[in-house]
Write a protein that binds this ligand. Structure first.
Ligand code: FPP
Length: 245
């Protein structure tokens, strides 16, 4: 599968909605958290495959604003898992020149999680290869709402004129201000939804859905998704004839 890829057309940013951990565990007669624990192999494989192909950014939807309404014990287990993963993966990230970044309402996370995240981000900040962006306590509507509040504050203070508000300026107020929009979004587990993920940034993103449950996701599944992306014609509102070289 990897050999079929056009290496001059690798997306520079891939976003992933990692879905199906609970169902994967339930199918095995286990607790939902067993699925989350087994999700780490899929996380590692995707990051490794992306790094091998020269992808610049991979954004993983690890915890949404809406996930706060899950049962308390599942939230605690997920936070524990995150802390562990963020801490344990730093040596591998250093070895592979990978930088860690995050988007979302980080301040709403437990303080232990915030501390480990800040530490790992700081440790890896000079790495120049792939950037792994963890979306934590994140939702697109939350992000846009925060951007609107900031913009309105500037207008009220007189430091920004309302006619200066453009799509480009709004982009600068989002958590992803220094990150290009994803060219490819992957969602696992057969659900055909965006679920409040990167609502602004996904405007022209190619969407790829697979039945594979996240804990079963491997390098070849990422290759398959990129191949499907490469077969699409990206028109950005133009006609097919206009975009032909
Ligand atoms: C969705 O499956 C998955 C989550 C809400 C959590 C994803 C988090 C991880 C895989 C941990 C990742 C850690 C790092 C460091 C990236 P679900 O529980 O909604 O599954 P279901 O739809 O089958 O119930």
């Amino acid at each position: 599968m990897k050999d079929k890829l056009d290496h001059s057309k690798i997306p520079q940013h891939i976003a992933i909605i990692m879905d199906g951990n609970g169902r994967w565990a339930q199918k095995k007669g286990a607790m939902r958290i067993f699925g989350h624990k087994n999700a780490m192999t899929a996380v590692r494989e995707s990051i490794e495959a992306a790094a091998e192909l020269g992808v610049k950014y991979i954004t993983l939807y690890a915890f949404s604003t809406e996930n706060w309404s899950r049962p308390q014990d599942e939230i605690e287990a997920l936070m524990e898992l995150l802390v562990q993963a963020i801490k344990d993966e730093v040596p591998t990230m250093m070895k592979n020149n990978i930088r860690l970044n995050s988007i979302g309402d980080v301040q709403s996370l437990p303080s232990k999680c915030q501390q480990h995240l800040e530490w790992s981000k700081n440790e890896t900040k000079s790495n120049t290869g792939l950037t792994v962006v963890l979306a934590l306590s994140y939702s697109g509507r939350w992000e846009i709402t925060e951007a609107v509040k900031e913009i309105v504050k500037k207008v009220d203070q007189g430091t920004l004129k309302s006619e200066e508000i453009t799509p480009g300026l709004i982009g600068e107020y989002l958590n992803t201000s220094n990150i290009p929009d994803p060219e490819l979004l992957i969602r696992t587990s057969g659900e055909l939804r965006i679920s409040n993920f990167m609502l602004w940034q996904l405007a022209y993103t190619e969407l790829y859905f697979t039945e594979v449950l996240w804990p079963d996701f491997r390098k070849e599944h990422l290759h398959e998704a990129i191949l499907a992306y490469q077969r699409r014609e990206r028109r950005f509102g133009k006609t097919g004839a206009q975009i032909k070289p």
